[in-house]
Design a binder for this molecule. Sequence first.
Ligand code: FEO
Length: 171
Amino acid sequence: MLDERMQNALNEQINWEIYSSYLYFSMSAYFESISLKGFANWMRVQAMEELTHVKRFYNYVIERGGRVLFSEIKSPPNEWESPLHAFQEVIEHEKQVTSRINSLMDLAIELRDHATTSFLKWFIDEQVEEEASADEIIQSLKLNENNPGGLFLIDKDLAQRTFIPPQDIGI
Ligand code: FEO
């Protein structure tokens, strides 16, 4: 059985993961509005991946005999000054998520909850990847500032990203 503090913290993280998806869908809509279809595709894939993170936490709380409780999701922004500005927000957001995952891990260790410690390792690794991929795009955008041809090529590249539903979390 999950400790109540752990359950509350995991439920709070579910809210954050849903907000992450909400934010990235909003960024996708922003990129659609400025005709950067590849960027919009990348953000939609990101939004879908965030929903799989929701599902991982959801499954885990239930598996441990806990209760998933949902709360209000704040509204995301809808406009950004530029693609670079949007991706700078992505990385800032992901850094906050990383810090929250680290706090969850700290709590699991404090409670000597070894099962939750093991479960959270997947997210620790995932956050390294999430920050690295956003940073890579930021570097490309910085190199191509004031270069519409470069932006077009990045857009084409980001159009290639596909969503692969993980097989281990069910529907
Ligand atoms: Fe679910 Fe992007 O962290």
